[in-house]
Structures are given as structure tokens and as C-alpha cells.
Design a protein around this ligand. Sequence first.
Ligand code: EPU
Length: 345
Amino acid sequence: MALSIVHDAPLRALNSFGVAAQAERLISLDDEAQLPELHAALADGPAPFVLGGGSNVLFTANVPGTVLRVALRGVRMLGEDGDAVTVEAAAGENWDALVRWSLAQGLCGLENLSMIPGTVGAAPIQNIGAYGVELREVFDSLDAVDLRTGEPARFSAADCAFHYRDSTFKHGDAARWLIVRVRLRLSRTPRLRLSYGELGQRLHEAGIDAPGASDVAAIVRRIRTERLPDPARLGNAGSFFQNPIVPAAFGNGFCAAHPAAPTYPATLGDAPALKLSAAWLIERCGWKGIRDGDAGVDARHALVLVNHGVASGAQLLALATRIRESVHARFGVWLETEPVLVPAR
Ligand code: EPU
């Protein structure tokens, strides 16, 4: 099958915010056999913007150059080593479908990461995390292709340099790498992680005293459904801001001034630090549930910007800028955007 190449391609159906924008050129990669053709199509041009499920991107204008849509498919078990099972999934697989598949095989490790929108290939880029677990804890390795040379490369967990919502694929000349498949190390025996927030409490309330991984997945699904808007009904990209990590000295002053604020221990480099709740900061500034035209802040979760209809990426970004400025003015903290802004700013 030849590579699909479309000029002036509409992107509205390809991003979970549902904002209208056009790509100068949209290339869809459906099969690894198309990689040489892709390499030729990209030769000498600038690096493309690689699009997975479109659930962590805000198109703020039409996109000059190439958007590369990764639709590579395939999931398999590679091998077992005692209790550990290595699973390999192609970058274009839907993340949550992989979670459900792994649980159906009796494999544990992904249950807390249920229902995160997006693709497998996007998961390592921001080290996806939820309910006390991050991807890095189950990550084995990944295969990528250097788009400049066409050469394959393998990345270990150390190579990926995972941190909170961060990896090497967000820095430097990361745009040269196209992730094609990811390997995860799962286990046959559940090692459940129930320490986050009300997870344990909710299982108890549901009368589940000896939970399995599927029970945890079911509770995570319930919490996410209650708290976070469904992008199929209300355009959004999950958390629009990262939870800020501040130096310990600043954190101590913050806690003294705001004893009710939720905070979590963290590190900055090797130094002790404090992670603050961006949702709490935004809610205290009065933004929760507000709406400006079709751009808004979700009424249930202050960290989620939403598109009520035909908001443009620029309108959503303008709202985000006002939120950042007001949080900075009141709390002295600059929030960082979580989704990628395209075109790059
Ligand atoms: N809170 C508020 N107002 C709100 C929502 C929350 O004050 O409108 C406060 C509450 O006190 C709550 C605390 O913030 O206890 C934390 O809220 P939550 O458990 O929803 O977690 P979060 O820190 O807001 C992070 C991730 C989510 C992930 C949840 C659960 C980031 C940027 N976000 O949100 O990830 O699902 O934890 O683990 O780290 C995403 O990345 O797109 C995403 C949804």
C-alpha cells in the first residue's frame, strides 16, 4: 500500500479538542513497510509534527509543513520470564485498548492507567501517569526511527530519561525520532497500587476487599468518568497544565499561607521540592466552569480546558494565557502547558 499524502488536510477530526485547522501536508503511516517511502517524502524538509491520537495537542493555527499521522498497528506477547511478561505494541495502537487487552490476558500493571486517551506511541513522550502510577514503572524499551537518516534505534528506560510528564522526546532535537513500537513489562501476579487519593476507599465502598487488577481498572474508569469530560462529547485534551513543582523553600511558604492546599512531595533535580495542584490554584482564581465564547474551563475539573463548540485553538490559548497570568499574580507560580502547541511557539 502506498503512503497516503493529502495536501491542505483538515485536522478537526484528528484532535480531541475538535478545533478546526489545516495541515499543509498530512501523511499517514499505516505500515512499517512504508518507512523508506516516508523517508523519501520527508527528505531535506523540516521535521514533521508527529500526531498520535491527537489527545495532547492544541492546533493554534494552520500547520505549515507536514503532519505525520502514525497508524501502525499490532500487539503481541514477546515472552515470559517467571512472573514477568513482555508485551510489544505498535505506536498507532489505542492506549486504552492495550490496557483492556492486557487485563483480558490476565496481565497486571496497566490498570491504574485505564482510559487515558491517546496512542501507545505517545505514551512515553510525556510519561503518561494517573492514580499513582507512571508509564516508566512498566516501561521496558522502545524502537524508533531517525527521520533524518532512516536508521532504527532502540531506547532503554534510561535513554528515555523519564520524569513527571517528561522524557527525552520533549527536548533537544527530539523531532527527529519517530517512535514505532513500545515494549512493556507486565506481571502475572497483581501488585496493586492503591495509595492514590480515594482509590482504596472507593474499592472498599464497592464491597471489594480482595481486589484484582480488573477491579482497580473498573474503579479508575468510574472516577475518570465522573471527573473528566469525555472528549467525544466535549472537546478537551485532559489536563491543560502540568502540576507545578516548586523548590522546597517556596513550597514551605506556600503551605504556610495556604494550609488547605493539596501538595505532594517531589524532587527538582536531586533537591527536595513540592508538587502543587494546578487544579486547586486555578479554582481558587475563580476560573472553574467559566466560559468565554466557546472556550471554557470544565465545570467539574479546573485543570481541563474545553471547547463548547467552535472555539479556535487561538481562543483556547488566549484563555489559557489569562489563567496562567492570574495564577502567577495570585500565587507567584507560572503554570506550564501540558499539551503540545502546534505550530510551535
Ligand atoms: N482539585 C481542585 N479543583 C478541581 C479538581 C481538583 O481543587 O477542579 C484538587 C483537589 O483537591 C484534588 C487535587 O486537586 O484532590 C488533585 O486532583 P486530581 O486527583 O483530579 O488530580 P490532578 O493533579 O488534578 C493529575 C493528572 C491527571 C490524572 C490525575 C489522577 C496532571 C497534570 N494531571 O491531575 O492526568 O488523571 O492526576 O492521577 O498531572 C492528564 O494528564 O491529562 C490527566 C487527566
